[in-house]
Design a protein around this ligand. Structure first.
Ligand code: PMP
Ligand code: GLN
Length: 409
């Protein structure tokens, strides 16, 4: 067998996808909407496809379709407090996934260390290792045990964070708003990370795919907008998460030219022109109505806030202890209060959240994602008590989940 460079084992997403197909549970797993995108996004795609000169059906500029990079520069410039050069400071990639991978490959080499805050979106470590780098994990820790835990209660320990930086550190990967907890890093937390980056001359790769989904009163802050951080930050974004079109796979890396010029577009030379044009049209629409109540960034957030509150209620009623997310599309819940009602001994997985979620699919008919999958080997024990459910789903699906839980409880 040809040895694999990927040292952290197989991808659990595929396992859960197969389980979803086999057992047809109410699928609250992968972070993808189960409803049609907004009509204005579908219209943008139709407009792009039927565009008179048909050029969008051919290759476009390798670093990003001109109309899209212009729209993104206009949208994000004021938020990052920089004049963004559409042709030098942006690389369009195959989803945020592609943007992360290209940015990591462009900057991380053998011998480099990269700090990852865990739990973390599992692909970060795989990508760092693929580039030849070594991961140093710093866990978020629960700062107090209380009945209504919130994502804000999960914090970095300053000493652990400080100790992770050294002369080999090339980059830190930040994810705010955070998957899976929905934590929105505060300005103070971002300043602490930023100051360490400046002290050790470290690159910050800031994954902000849930940037529009911080629930009031929380506000998402871009670390690139803080003093001295633009020069050392690559901000990652996703059209998939922004417009509920995860299948289009359009994402971006934004940063100063010296960080973006090496982002390896060869990795996906280049994402679909038709979809880039359509995303550009959709972004232009939001720029026009940015301060108005019908701006999609606001209407989607309002819609999701209701779904989130509904999910928090029904998970709590079923006996779980959800962590209230400040942002995003997931609720992570402590499922262990239900442990006595479950016999998952027939499942062979090593970690008990994997056994629990598989048992839950087969016996309750609901699919959630085990959180130890978001932790390194050292800290998987912390994750074992938790399961993640996605609420960017049709209301009827959420009601079905509520009913299934009531019936079982
Ligand atoms: N980063 C995070 C934190 C995510 O949750 C995801 C999954 N949507 C991605 C990146 C990948 O985004 P995309 O679907 O645009 O590749
Ligand atoms: N980001 C999405 C999630 O966390 C999709 C993950 C994936 O499919 N690899 O659910």
């Amino acid at each position: 067998q040809v040895p694999s460079r990927y040292v952290d084992g197989p991808c659990f997403w595929d396992d859960y996808d197969l389980l979803a197909k086999k057992h047809t549970p109410i699928n609250l797993g992968q972070g993808a909407p189960d409803f049609l995108p907004s009509q204005h996004v579908l219209d943008a795609l139709a407009q792009s496809i039927t565009c008179k000169n048909g050029l969008v059906h051919q290759y476009t500029r390798s670093y990003g379709h001109p109309r899209l990079v212009h729209a993104l520069a206009k949208l994000f410039g004021p938020m990052i407090k920089q004049t963004i050069d559409p042709y030098k400071d942006i690389a369009i990639c195959a989803g945020a996934y592609g943007a992360l991978h290209s940015s990591i490959l462009a900057h991380v080499e053998k011998g480099d260390e990269v700090i990852i805050i865990e739990p973390s979106f599992d692909c970060y470590a795989v990508m760092v290792q693929a580039a030849g780098g070594t991961v140093r994990y710093v866990p978020l820790r629960l700062n107090q045990i209380k009945d209504d835990m919130s994502s804000n209660d999960w914090v970095l320990n300053s000493t652990e964070l400080r100790n992770a930086f050294n002369h080999k550190t090339k980059a830190i990967i930040l994810n705010t708003p955070h998957n899976p907890f929905g934590k929105v890093f505060s300005e103070k937390e971002l300043m602490e990370i930023g100051n360490l980056c400046k002290k050790w001359n470290v690159l910050c790769i800031s994954d902000e795919v849930y940037e529009w989904l911080a629930y009031e009163p929380k506000q998402h802050i871009k670390i690139a907008s803080l003093p001295g951080m633009w020069e050392r930050t690559i901000t990652i974004g996703s059209a998939g998460k922004t417009f509920c079109i995860t299948g289009w796979k359009i994402g971006w890396s934004i940063g100063p030219e010296h960080l973006i010029k090496n982002v390896q577009f060869e990795l996906s030379f280049q994402p679909s022109s038709v979809h880039q044009e359509a995303v550009a049209i959709a972004v232009e629409t939001e720029i026009e109505r940015f301060d108005k109540p019908d701006c999609y960034f606001k209407t989607l957030r309002n819609e999701l806030q209701t779904k989130k509150d509904h999910m928090l209620r029904f998970l709590k009623n079923a006996g779980m202890k959800p962590i209230i997310p400040d942002a995003g599309i997931f609720v992570v819940a402590d499922w262990t209060p239900l442990e006595t009602k479950i016999d998952s001994s027939s499942e062979k997985d090593f970690y008990k959240d994997f056994r629990f979620t598989k048992w839950f699919i087969k016996n309750v008919g609901i699919l959630g994602i085990p959180i130890s999958g978001f932790y390194s080997e050292t800290n998987k024990k912390v994750g074992e008590n938790f399961v993640r459910f996605c609420f960017v789903k049709k209301d009827e699906k959420l009601y079905m989940a509520e009913e299934a839980l009531k019936k079982w409880a």
